[in-house]
Ligand binder design. Sequence first.
Ligand code: NAD
Length: 434
Amino acid sequence: MKITIVGTGYVGLVTGTCFAEIGHDVLCVDNDERKIKVLKSGQMPIYEPGLEEMVHRNVASGRLKFSGSIEEGTAFAEVIFIAVGTPPGYKGQANLSYVEQVGRKVAEHMTGYRLLVEKSTVPVNTAEQLKRTVAKYSRSDIDFDVASNPEFLREGCAIDDAFKPDRIVVGVESERAGKLLQAIYDPIVKKSGCEFLQMNIASAELTKHASNSFLAMKISYINAVSRVCELAGADIEQVAHGMGLDKRIGPRFLDAGVGYGGSCFPKDVDAFVHIADHLGYDFELLKEVQRINHSQREHVMKKIQHELWVIQDKTVAVLGLAFKPETDDVREAPSLYFIPQLLEARARVKLWDPVAQEKFKELHPTLDYYSDIVECAKDADLLLILTDWPQVKGMDLVKIKGAMRCPVIVDGRNLFDPEDMKNRGFTYHCVGRA
Ligand SMILES: NC(=O)c1ccc[n+]([C@@H]2O[C@H](COP(=O)([O-])OP(=O)(O)OC[C@H]3O[C@@H](n4cnc5c(N)ncnc54)[C@H](O)[C@@H]3O)[C@@H](O)[C@H]2O)c1
């Protein structure tokens, strides 16, 4: 089938490439001309494991193309996925201006039936607005449908998630739209055996916000328990392990640390709270999730302050700028909280990350970046771990200790065993453990 994807970012590029990989003809559209130029030249605007080879393979086969023209995208295919950003608005509500813009442009250019699919994460009832917009800006004799198909992929393992999803959720209100989406996903459903869930549009939209907010809640819950552990002399790793073996709870998202970040959880929880409020429900539970997440960062910052006493003129080596391993995405990453705080307190910061430095440099161009962990740790008074990259977990602790001015580690990801670190001569601060 022919498919247009509008928005060629972390979601759009992965989705479009995976659709091409299973045999569809895909045109990925973006209004960022620079991004389209980069892609046309065979380079990648983002880092996602395995993506580059797959893009090259599908471009070579002629099944994957790129364009800066929404007009071309509208003409290309009957089904148009909207995968543009939905960043936080000024009061925490989702900023839907990019979604609206795509709806309007498609409406202006379409000459026959089109199915517009919301793949971007949007608040419940967005489809109603999108439908109104398309109807307003299109010719009245042209038939169209709007559908919801929320995306659940995780950066860092997005390709695996696309081919082996836990479930595919679609929200439709016409048989035609349901059949088109079923045909698109059929190869993935057949191969992975995942469930293809068809529901009404509002339910599909809500499933996404409810899922992400639940996961954020799990993280805030374990972080709150970690605080009690610190006060009670318990070990959060042992507690989480004991909890996670209960099948009703499960082991994932029970890692205490510096709290959740990234381009999804913070804004999606915000947007869910906001839309619930707008609909007449005060989602106090999620407000507390947000408060705990913020307070966890402050708590780790206090550990740094307590250890260094005076931060001014101290050297802090920061390991990990991305919000999680295997991605270069720094949106709402913990590094964007800690590094400005350290700079404000007049520390010298040295930064290491294997793939996210370029994205971080766009925000902080003049800081000191290192490609080698030991070089980064050299002469540091404190080493701060913010991302659980395997390279950090596997770093040579003897060399790190030898390089640092003071062997002090504040580990926001609980990567090491406190007893072992003590035996190695480190002052080791972590989260939720004695
Ligand atoms: N990143 C994730 O892990 C993830 C996972 C699931 C869902 N989502 C959701 O998917 C959506 C996209 O997220 P992302 O991380 O891919 O964002 P992104 O910022 O990486 O990509 C969005 C792209 O849309 C383009 N764009 C914006 N307006 C446009 C327009 N009018 N016409 C054409 N292109 C336009 C931008 O230039 C950008 O390249 C968001 O709603 C997000 O919440 C993201």
